[in-house]
Design a protein around this ligand. Structure first.
Ligand code: PLP
Length: 366
């Protein structure tokens, strides 16, 4: 097996893999499983610093984003889509699919969204049911300051939907302090469980907005309202992937026990950016670097594919390219979750140095 240093999926620890091998009961009718599900949701809420209810959905991260939009959007609703990256812009599609009218607020993709500029815009434009934004937009690694942006949106009466799939547990996420109405997470990024699950935290105001809809939610699988009262009724809308949830719980227990987790992400990300810069490799972003992923520009002497192939074939390390408008232009090192350990990062940086040298890139000594 190669060493995974990609920004999702990430390395999965042995205790998480073993938890998935536990014997399974019937999650549709087993009372103990309803307790286990609810306790796991409560643990996630605690780790995200919120009193809001967490729901674990049986599907990848994308399902969480779609479920938030499906559950909040009624035909004709105006939605503000904050966009400085590929996932940011992508929210507009989910809004349109459910009949909403997305309005993109687009800023340059190399810097975080500026709160003062956004406020100037909001002063004259705030007639939106909700706004979407991405905490870490993984293809570029940009980190938006949700702790400032979300309270600003709320000040103008706009509900907030945040994609924190690739930031949570590598960057600080405090849902209640930031007044986030629906926060979306996924199993396979910094959580370091295998792909397959998403979870959302849902505020009382978001639930109220769903309850006051005049039209039904145009989805079954992406309908968050269907989970209302699931525990009392001992009923899930569909059969829960019990083994995936056992694995997710083990991953969350690992996070709860890891007191150094945010500081370690900050240390390793800082050293990663510093070594690249000192070697003369250009980082893609100008500011707003997430501590979960580092994105650098492909040096002119080589190609993204050559870097990825050489890393994989000669050093057995998997890095990632990017997609959309960034395809072929940048390479990404994912130092989130279990990937974020000193040994793997040191080996990765050493191998990357050798790879770039071999491909004829002129590096400053460092
Ligand atoms: C990975 C990721 C998702 C979820 O995508 P999947 O393909 O479902 O894993 C959503 N948002 C961001 C920012 C991500 O990095």
């Amino acid at each position: 097996m190669y060493k995974m240093m990609t920004p999702g999926p990430t390395q999965v620890k042995e205790n998480v893999r073993l938890a998935r091998a536990r014997e399974c009961g019937n999650p549709d009718i087993d009372k103990e499983f309803f307790d286990f599900y609810k306790e796991t949701c409560e643990l996630i809420s605690r780790l995200l610093h919120t009193e809001n209810e967490t729901l674990i959905l049986g599907g990848e991260g994308i399902l969480g984003l779609e479920a938030a939009c499906a559950s909040l959007t009624e035909p004709g609703d105006k939605v503000l889509v904050l966009n400085n990256g590929i996932f940011g812009e992508g929210f507009a599609d989910f809004v349109s699919l459910y009949g909403g009218v997305p309005q993109l607020y687009t800023v340059d993709g190399k810097n975080p969204i500026d709160a003062q500029e956004l406020e100037k815009f909001l002063q004259n434009n705030h007639d939106y049911k909700y706004a979407t934004l991405v905490h870490c937009d993984t293809p570029s690694g940009i980190l938006n300051d949700i702790a400032v942006l979300c309270p600003l949106l709320k000040k103008y009466g706009i509900l907030t939907v945040v994609d924190a799939v690739s930031s949570m547990f590598g960057e600080q996420v405090r849902v209640d302090d930031a007044q986030i109405d629906i926060l979306c997470g996924g199993s396979q990024k910094a959580v370091s469980a295998p792909p397959g699950l998403t979870f959302v935290t849902v505020s009382a105001q978001a639930k109220k907005a769903m309850a006051e809809r005049k039209t039904p939610i145009a989805s079954f699988y992406a309908n968050l309202k269907l989970f209302e009262g699931y525990y009392e009724a001992q009923w899930f809308p569909y059969t829960m992937p019990i083994s995936d949830i056992y694995g997710l719980r083990a991953a969350m227990d690992n996070i709860a026990a890891d007191t150094d987790i945010l500081a370690r992400h900050a240390r390793l990300a800082g050293s990663c950016r510093q070594s690249l810069t000192q070697a003369g490799v250009k980082l893609y972003l100008e500011s707003g670097f997430s501590n979960t992923v580092t994105v650098f520009e492909v040096p002119k002497e080589t190609t993204a594919q050559a870097i990825l192939d050489t890393m994989r074939e000669e050093h057995n390390i998997l890095l990632s390219g990017s997609f959309g408008s960034l395809a072929g232009k940048v390479v990404r090192i994912g130092h989130m979750g279990s990937n974020a350990n000193e040994k793997d990062m040191a080996e990765t940086m050493e191998a990357l140095w050798r790879t770039l040298k071999k491909l004829g890139v002129e590096l400053k000594e460092g």
